[in-house]
Unconditional design. Structure first.
Length: 210
């Protein structure tokens, strides 16, 4: 996304400084559209490039003082929105980028069943989700880090399960919800450490994904 933004920013100066601003703007949108189409969803493309002002200009490109002013404003607005999209992409990339090969971190995204099935059905007892072994499913070594990322939809499904089921799985869902509530009630954006990093042990963390 960064290289597409750099191109868009460089090329938009031709709109601001050129003589044929309207056609330069329409060409600029077309060029950037071809670049970002493989990496952005259609709704994002409409929001970032193919706006109502773009379609109005395309339908009536006859230059006028008002249109020239609108085109310059629109080009600057599109560049600003593309910059924000670039920054959001960088933030997201940094959030999910793991450490180097010598100190790897495994990302685990559990579904609802992981928490519900953690109970001891034979003994009809619930178990603490803080004791779930997150390393084994991803074959993480003792000194590897593990990031457990829980989508909010999983919590919604746990809520439904605890309300619908009266068996041990229903109680397990309730216990899981209560534990997650304890961890994230006051700060949903925090990272909860299940296992702290030690000299020979990688950390295990849990976080929510909105």
């Amino acid at each position: 996304m960064s290289r597409y933004y750099d191109y868009a920013q460089d090329e938009h100066y031709k709109i601001l400084n050129g003589d044929d601003k309207v056609n330069a703007y329409l060409k600029w949108v077309g060029d950037v559209h071809r670049l970002v189409r493989p990496v952005l969803q259609s709704d994002d493309i409409d929001r970032l490039l193919l706006t109502r002002r773009y379609w109005a200009t395309l339908a009536n490109p006859e230059p006028s003082p008002a249109l020239l002013f609108a085109v310059q404003e629109e080009a600057q607005a599109r560049v600003a929105d593309l910059e924000q999209a670039r920054n959001d992409a960088v933030t997201l990339r940094n959030r999910w980028t793991t450490t180097n090969d010598l100190d790897p971190t495994h990302v685990v995204v559990p579904d609802t069943n992981v928490f519900v099935s953690w109970c001891d059905e034979a003994a009809k007892k619930t178990r603490d989700i803080a004791e779930i072994d997150w390393r084994t499913p991803v074959q993480a070594r003792t000194f590897d880090g593990v990031r457990v990322v829980i989508p909010l939809v999983v919590i919604d499904e746990l809520e439904l399960t605890k309300d619908k089921r009266q068996d041990v799985r229903g109680r397990q869902a309730r216990k899981a919800v209560n534990t997650l509530f304890d961890w994230f009630e006051y700060d949903p954006d925090r990272t909860h450490h299940v296992v702290q990093r030690g000299p020979d042990t990688g950390e295990v963390t849990v976080e929510l994904l909105a």
